[in-house]
Design a protein around this ligand. Sequence first.
Ligand SMILES: Cc1cc2nc3c(=O)[nH]c(=O)nc-3n(C[C@H](O)[C@H](O)[C@H](O)COP(=O)(O)OP(=O)(O)OC[C@H]3O[C@@H](n4cnc5c(N)ncnc54)[C@H](O)[C@@H]3O)c2cc1C
Ligand code: SF4
Length: 512
Amino acid sequence: MTIVRGRDLTDGFTESCDVVVVGSGAGGAVFARIAAEAGRDVIVLEEGGYYAPEEYGRFRPSESLARLGREGGMSAAIGLGDTPLIVVNMGRAVGGSSLWTGAVCFRIPDRVLDEWVREHGLTDLSPRHMESAFEEVERNLEVQEVPSAMISRSSALFAEGGRQMGVEFARLRRNTVGCDGCSRCTFGCPHGAKRSVDLSYLPQAREHGAVVYSDCLVERVVVERERAVGVRGRILGPPQGRPTHRFEVRAKLVVVACGTLHTPKLLATAGVGRASRQLGRNVTLHPGFRVTALFDEEVLGWRGAMQSITSDHFHEEGILLNSVYSAPSVLAAGMPGVGPTLARYARQMRHVAVFGGMVHDSAGGTIRSIPFSREPALFYRMDPRDKARGIRAIALLAEMAFLAGAREVMIPMFGAPPIRTMDDVRRFASSAPPGPRLECFSQHPLGSARMATDALRGVVSSRGETFELGGLVVADGSVVPSSLGVNSQVPVMAMATRIAHLAMEDWRRHAA
Ligand SMILES: Cc1cc2nc3c(=O)[nH]c(=O)nc-3n(C[C@H](O)[C@H](O)[C@H](O)COP(=O)(O)OP(=O)(O)OC[C@H]3O[C@@H](n4cnc5c(N)ncnc54)[C@H](O)[C@@H]3O)c2cc1C
Ligand code: SF4
């Protein structure tokens, strides 16, 4: 792939092209590929560095967090009111958060698309309209069901606990080819088995002439005569990603795909968001919870696909269950106690299983720029209904762990001792723990520049075009109109697919 590593450049640059795409993650890569295939001259600008799988595959988990992740994996949503602090993971590298996924692939459920048609008036996002976009993404990502041989013992115990409660699990679909089940997905797949966009869409874009620049932080959209005409920014040079030389890329179409947290900041430089005041609002997170369980048997939970089974049995309660695991070193660090107690738990990692669930939340998040800071602040007020869903999810996971034979269960609550009986689970569920005591994470921030029928309700039209400025399109997770209730990579990519094809059709029409 033609990658220009910004950090190797000794001077700034000025370029011009048909389409400039800011952000090389799930959404940006899709747009770049479709535009390049349509014959457009495409430049992709990415703030993060470029690493080949041979490089990131050798990183220790902490090194992956530092080099491929934003803020070393320490970004968080600040909880307002009775809300936990929510750790929000995001990628910052060529490939964006796509490098980080557990490879789980879901389409947007029809019930969510129907809600967008019915309640948001977005009639061209119906299941029928979205079908071809899902098919295209799944084909390019080579999505397939996890083979049963790849189901880890941790996931099998999860399914066993569920079965005893009458809850069915199904095998997940994932974008992997030749996965050997080493369970390292969320730190970058060392074998190139995960079809993240650095190995799928971006090389395909490059085959059609697209050029990707890494280490290039775009700071503003250039506007002339009430139209976006390019972007400006600075190269992030060594040793520590300090802004150095300036660059400018002029383009007939500017595509912003910086992800939910960073797209609002860039759009604001073009004056977008003044009319509706919706920019940076309506953020959903899919708050996630994990229960860690100790078994007498050896689980060796890292052997097999990191995520392999799912159950939507509780979808009417707003809960999705997905199997999950992480690097044993990361899990060990989160075990209870300090000193000798922690060491005792860490020695039992071979016996640990992890069960996960997430909440289909309401839009409680707002993003605000902080003067002189690259990173925006994300505030999140958890709806009491969603907090109750989180507690219910934790209790279900703990119950399944005991039913599967766990002898001790660690619930995600700061300072809580391990629990040993079903009575403990019931006590936890009825104790109404304060939100800030819950340990919560998010990997799916969505919705800060949402799609709507008009500028009063959102930031972009159903074609991804900003209502307030011509020549400016958004194609990433920020456009998602409401919580999905399922993992977001295929949804984001399918929406970007649709937006890109519509933009290219327009282009052809105007050129004719
Ligand atoms: C740990 C983790 C696990 C996940 N697992 C799954 C999973 O298994 N299944 C699933 O469906 N989804 C998963 N997701 C979610 C999925 O990866 C995201 O929903 C998706 O990648 C979002 O796409 P995006 O284009 O909005 O943003 P991103 O993919 O995050 O891309 C945005 C890119 O823009 C760059 N950028 C930002 N600002 C600028 C700027 N000013 N100038 C230049 N570049 C900029 C960023 O550095 C980043 O690379 C996971 C996410 C994480 C973090
Ligand atoms: S389990 Fe290992 S080989 Fe399979 S996708 Fe994840 S990191 Fe890659």
